[in-house]
Design a protein around this ligand. Sequence first.
Ligand SMILES: C[S@@+](CC[C@H](N)C(=O)[O-])C[C@H]1O[C@@H](n2cnc3c(N)ncnc32)[C@H](O)[C@@H]1O
Length: 215
Amino acid sequence: MDIVNPALHEYLIDHATPADEVLRDLAEETHRSLPQRAGMQITQDEGTFLTLLVRLTGARQAVEVGTFTGYSSISIARALPEGGRLTACDVSEEWTSIARRYWERAGVSDKIDLRIGPAADTLRALPQEEYLDFAFIDADKTGYAVYYEELLARLRPGGVIVLDNTLQSGRVVDEADQSESVVAIREVNDAIAADRRVESVLLSVRDGVTVVRKR
Ligand SMILES: C[S@@+](CC[C@H](N)C(=O)[O-])C[C@H]1O[C@@H](n2cnc3c(N)ncnc32)[C@H](O)[C@@H]1O
């Protein structure tokens, strides 16, 4: 199922602030060196959206779950003010070694604290305070429910969580689809929609992007 009409896709990309040379090179290298995996990378319009959201919320303390080769982390970190911090979670030394090179080029290395290991463990070890301003979840779909709860507990009132791939190529509305990831995302979407602790919207941007604000 096309979530965004293919005829509109290029038009949407062309009418957002474009990626700079660092992000263009990163996208190109990711597609060239990891062709089977490059589809995991967020797209240019999503990167611009994350940068805008971080700036609009004035976020200083951020967490990302799912770093891969670094596109979203750069999009977030470059919008943080001086002294701002992004804790980036991933399990792959290999993929994040590419991210590290591009963090240097983007001049954001000193703002990013990369934690290698299962994100659930990393998040549980973060301070048990409402200190986070912004979080982005884009990793294993069966982990989303845990990531959401651990992050929400640490989010300040007014803080924002963004979850990627919440439409699963439209498979969320096909009840015959009982695959693990789709079921997990359906459950998270239902839980967030019913969650009185937050206000939220599920946007039909790319593969579905949910934006949550803690009350
Ligand atoms: C969709 S990719 C992230 C794409 C990234 N946001 C970007 O902009 O390029 C998902 C990432 O989640 C990581 N991942 C998968 N399971 C994980 C887990 N349990 N804990 C932490 N990271 C995990 C993978 O190694 C992969 O790099």
